[in-house]
Design a protein around this ligand. Structure first.
Ligand code: FES
Length: 258
């Protein structure tokens, strides 16, 4: 049965634009159903701000189903909030208590400059994907799903990596602002499959070097795995590092099947 939370205090980061210093503003939410999602709670806050003639809080969202990777938010210092394996849009107010004070900030990473309030520019991720996140495949009718035999554990590992929604929580949670979990997931999901072999070593080389030009270095804190709303394992970073090392061998052809 649903119940209502009362007297929630929100400390929300407000920043007029990239050049503004930004500051926290405090709002109160007198009453909210524990069945409301976190973003619905912000919607209600925004309706109130707009009806009071004030500017709404800007935040990213789209699908609200944990699929698109658009939502973000550091909630009480945790990327996507207190519920493990959950994107902000899937977080509900039942995770909080009446009287709580909730601090809401944007992703904090130099590679993700703040556009306004809680919205950041994550286009550095697009540069990494552009560098190698594709395969050379025949176009035409969809082939039978079982035309290329792939061992089940390999297919499972590739599909687990492909769950990455590109939200950037891994970067926001990393003390170094590294994007190794994101890049590792994108590399692994293609490099593990037969269809990804043609570009395998060129892909990892281009994606890692693009990543390095925007983001910090991984020093194995593992915060990324804990923050990932899709619970992607840091194993993908090992896959990426192994293939990156091999990409520096002279005879890549000989490695293609390794
Ligand atoms: S809004 Fe699409 S994943 Fe959260």
């Amino acid at each position: 049965m649903s119940k209502h939370l009362t007297n929630i205090t929100l400390k929300v980061w407000r920043q007029a634009g990239p050049a503004d210093a930004g500051h926290f503003e405090t709002y109160t939410v007198p009453e909210i159903s524990d069945e409301a999602s976190f973003l619905e709670m912000l919607d209600i806050l925004n309706e109130r701000l707009i009806s009071d003639g004030k500017e709404a809080v800007v935040f990213d969202h789209d699908c609200r189903e944990g699929i698109c990777g658009t939502c973000s938010l550091m909630i009480d210092g945790q990327a996507h909030g207190p519920q493990r394996g959950t994107a902000t849009c899937q977080l509900h107010m039942r995770k909080f208590q009446s009287g709580d004070t909730i601090t809401i900030e944007p992703w904090r990473a130099s590679a993700f400059p703040i556009i306004k309030d809680l919205m950041v520019d994550r286009s550095a991720f697009d540069r990494i994907v552009e560098a190698g996140g594709f395969i050379t495949a025949e176009t035409g009718g969809a082939p039978d799903a079982n035309l290329i035999p792939i061992p089940k554990p390999v297919a499972d590992a590739a599909m687990d990596a492909a769950e990455c929604i590109g939200c950037g929580a891994c970067v926001a949670a990393c003390p170094n602002g590294a994007a190794n979990l994101f890049t590792g997931a994108k590399v692994a999901h293609l490099n593990l499959l037969p269809q990804g072999q043609a570009e395998r070593f060129g892909r990892v080389e281009a994606m890692v070097e693009t990543m390095d030009s925007y983001f910090g270095s991984c020093t194995n804190h593992g915060e990324c795995e804990a923050a990932c709303p899709k619970s992607i394992s840091i194993d993908v970073i090992a896959v990426m590092n192994q293939d990156y090392r091999k990409s520096k061998f002279k005879n890549r052809k000989a490695l293609a099947r390794s």
